[in-house]
Design a protein around this ligand. Structure first.
Ligand code: RFL
Ligand code: PHB
Length: 394
């Protein structure tokens, strides 16, 4: 057989964190797969995105036998701050929930995954561009396209659509079957990475009358900062100086006064969106991660939600192939969507709490302030926030 024509158990479209984690978990359970990736792997490995992992996601990495580096190099955080102007509230995750989160960049998660995907010899067709086509029959599915200009074809029992929001998999579900739920926010996040000491030892989610800012980090000499910006803005519109001025104006002055600033080594703008597609299974196709849903990054849920989808899907596939039991696979869409909607709710709520929505709407500004004041006073409200932030069970 031509080496570009494969027969595997599961064809996985998209070699981001969802796709590679699924491939690895299947491999550990004796189930074969092949990955198809639009970009070069070099590009995938260089993307800077998420920073905060729920314990459930760290546990998934351990289950995939890639837990060593996240355990030794990941930074455990027992809390974070929410500020409004100069007023500050620490959300004590550990006291409120008994749990912590781990700060470990998605770039590192992807590196850890790619290493084992290579070691496992899982076939990976990269640089496919928009060529991949998904076709489904009664008893099998085919994913075909070109990789680096060379045709390939993968025959499989199932297809996992792990190809992110702009991928092809979701669009394979016919319009009369699929229902999309969407909210596009009237602002974006401008993010920078700088080789500077983080503003604080924990994350600061800051809000004031002008909008939102986030102080995050990757390690003690690498900081990640974001500010709410206009959807019309381009990264080039923002000099480093303008970025630091806006950031410092939105965070408490005692932090702003002492924070280290320096040249940005990466600068990009992300639009903010909430999106869910239902159902997330159609015939032999199962959607996972950003292909099925998007959350605004305010609650740090996107990657974590992708990993809980992979948990449900891998369980379904393992029981199907190894125990001849189809129940979990058949229930995948319903089971995963129940958790997805709760994360959507939390991310939408955090976004509403912290962002300025409309220049003209001073009533919303007061509502935001009142939410913050109530949060300051109510430990029950703080606990509800903390339980969502550390991750709902699965
Ligand atoms: P990805 O990472 O988008 O990977 C999909 C892969 O599929 C490929 N692809 C295709 N392949 C083949 N054929 C096609 N037609 C294809 N089309 C696309 C793509 O090239 C890509 O390699 O989806 P996945 O794996 O589901 O992972 C989801 C996460 O990446 C995402 O949810 C997070 O980054 C979201 N996110 C955060 N999540 C968190 O849990 N915690 C955070 O702190 C956090 N911060 C963030 C974030 C996302 C951000 N941006 C840029 C949107 C901060 C930001 C700024
Ligand atoms: C990040 O460090 O990139 C980060 C942290 C928390 C968020 C979003 C992004 O909510």
């Amino acid at each position: 057989m031509n080496s570009n024509a494969l027969n595997v158990d599961v064809a996985i479209v998209g070699a981001g964190p969802s796709g590679m984690l699924l491939a690895r978990l299947l491999k550990l359970n004796g189930i074969s797969s092949a990955l198809v990736e639009r970009q070069s792997i070099k590009h995938v490995l260089s993307r800077i995105r998420a920073g905060v992992l729920e314990q459930g996601s760290v546990d998934m990495m351990k289950l995939a036998d890639i837990g060593d580096r996240v355990s030794s190099e990941g930074d455990q955080h027992a809390g974070f701050s929410i500020t409004y102007g100069n007023d500050s509230l620490r959300i004590d995750l550990e006291k409120l929930t008994g749990k912590k989160v781990t700060v470990y960049g998605q770039t590192e998660v992807t590196k850890d995954l790619y290493k084992v995907v290579q070691q496992d010899g899982i076939p990976l067709f990269e640089e496919t561009g928009d060529s991949p086509r998904i076709e489904m029959d009664n008893d099998h599915a085919t994913v075909s396209g070109t990789s680096n200009g060379v045709p390939f074809s993968i025959q499989a029992s199932f297809v996992a659509g792990c190809d992110g929001f702009h991928g092809v998999a979701r669009k394979t579900i016919p319009d009369n079957v699929r229902k999309d739920f969407e909210r596009v926010y009237p602002f974006g996040w401008l993010g920078i990475l700088s080789e500077t000491k983080p503003a604080d030892h924990e994350l600061i989610y800051a809000s004031d009358d002008e909008g939102f800012a986030l102080c995050s980090m990757r390690n003690e000499r690498l900081s990640r900062y974001y500010v709410q910006c206009s959807t019309q803005d381009k990264a080039e519109d923002w000099s480093d100086e303008r970025f630091w001025d806006v950031l410092r104006a939105r965070i408490p002055s005692k932090i702003a006064k002492h924070m280290e600033t320096g040249p940005s080594i990466e600068k990009s703008i992300a639009p903010l969106r909430s999106f869910v597609c239902e159902p997330i299974q159609y015939k032999r196709l199962f959607l996972c991660g950003d292909a099925a849903h998007i959350v605004p990054p305010t609650g740090a849920k996107g990657l974590n939600l992708a990993f809980s989808d992979v948990y449900y899907l891998s369980k379904g596939l393992i029981e199907y192939f190894n125990d001849n039991n189809e129940t979990a696979l058949q229930n995948y869409s319903t089971t995963a969507l129940a958790r997805i909607w709760k994360s959507e709710r939390f991310s939408w709520w955090m976004t509403s709490l912290l962002h300025k929505f409309d220049e003209q709407d001073s009533f919303s500004d007061r509502m935001r302030r009142a939410e913050f004041d109530f949060l300051m006073e109510s430990e029950d409200y703080q606990r509800a926030l903390a339980n969502n932030y550390i991750g709902l069970p699965y």
